[in-house]
Ligand binder design. Structure first.
Ligand SMILES: C[S@@+](CC[C@H](N)C(=O)[O-])C[C@H]1O[C@@H](n2cnc3c(N)ncnc32)[C@H](O)[C@@H]1O
Length: 205
C-alpha cells in the first residue's frame, strides 16, 4: 500500500515533540514511561515519530477506514512501543478499556462537529488516570478573532466543506475543559499560527 502522507505533520512534528518531552519528564528530566492515547491519528505519522523518540507506549486510534494507512506506517517502524490502531470515534460511549496518562490529538477539533468536541472533553476524563494530561494541537481563535489571515482563509474553506467544521475559540474549549475537571496547564504558540493546548485532569474530591 502507498502510505498516506502529510507534509504538515513533517513540518510540525519536531516542535510538538519538544513540548511532549517537557510535559512527560519528571523532576530529574527523565521521560516517564507514560501510556498515551492519540485520537484521530490520521496518517499515523505523528504516532510513529513520537514513539520512536519517546519511551512511552503510544496507542493510535481513528475510524477503521484510516487503519490500513496507519498500519502501513507502523510496519516500517522499528519502535515496538507504537501500538496498532484501535477503532475510536469520540462519540463512542466507551473509548477504551484502559486508562492513559495522556491524551494527544492534532488537527481534529476543527474537523469534528462541535457536538463531537463536547464528546471529546466529556469522555477524556474517563480515559485518563488522575493527573493525566490532555494535549491538543491545531489552529484556534481568541474571542472569535483569527490569529492570522491564513487561518481565516482556512476556516472559510472548512465551513464551505461542512458547516459543522470550523476553527474553535480557545475560550469555549477552555470552558468545556473546566466543566470536565480539566485544569489549564499551558497554551504554547506554535509555528504556522497553531497552538498546543494542555490541561490536567484534577477531579475535585
Ligand atoms: C485533519 S485529520 C488530522 C490527522 C492527524 N492527527 C494529523 O495531524 O495529521 C483529522 C482526523 O480526525 C479524525 N476524526 C474526525 N472526526 C472524528 C471523531 N468523531 N472521532 C475520532 N476521530 C475523528 C479523522 O478521521 C482524521 O484522521
Amino acid at each position: 500500500m502507498l502510505k498516506p502522507f502529510s507534509q504538515a505533520c513533517i513540518n510540525n512534528r519536531d516542535f510538538i515533540l519538544e513540548h511532549l518531552r517537557g510535559l512527560f519528564e519528571d523532576e530529574s528530566h527523565k521521560i516517564k514511561e507514560y501510556k498515551v492515547l492519540e485520537i484521530g491519528s490520521g496518517t499515523g505519522q505523528h504516532g510513529v515519530y513520537f514513539s520512536s523518540h519517546l519511551p512511552v507506549q503510544w496507542q493510535m486510534s481513528d475510524f477503521e477506514e484510516n487503519h490500513e494507512g496507519i498500519n502501513a506506517w507502523i510496519e516500517e517502524t522499528t519502535a515496538d512501543n507504537c501500538l496498532r490502531p484501535i477503532v475510536l470515534d469520540v462519540s463512542d460511549s466507551e473509548w477504551s478499556s484502559q486508562c492513559y496518562n495522556a491524551l494527544f490529538t492534532a488537527n481534529t477539533l476543527h474537523i469534528m462537529s462541535w457536538k463531537n468536541v463536547i464528546h471529546f472533553f466529556q469522555k477524556a476524563c474517563a480515559a485518563l488516570e488522575p493527573n493525566g494530561l490532555v494535549i491538543v494541537y491545531g489552529p484556534f481563535n481568541y474571542n472569535g478573532a483569527y490569529t492570522s489571515e491564513s487561518n481565516e482563509r482556512f476556516d472559510q474553506f472548512l465551513q464551505a466543506s461542512s458547516p459543522e467544521k470550523g476553527i474553535r475559540d480557545i475560550e469555549k474549549v477552555n470552558k468545556l475543559a473546566l466543566e470536565n475537571h480539566l485544569l489549564p496547564v499551558a497554551d504554547y504558540e506554535m509555528p504556522a499560527n497553531n497552538r498546543l493546548l494542555v490541561w490536567r485532569f484534577k477531579k475535585a474530591t
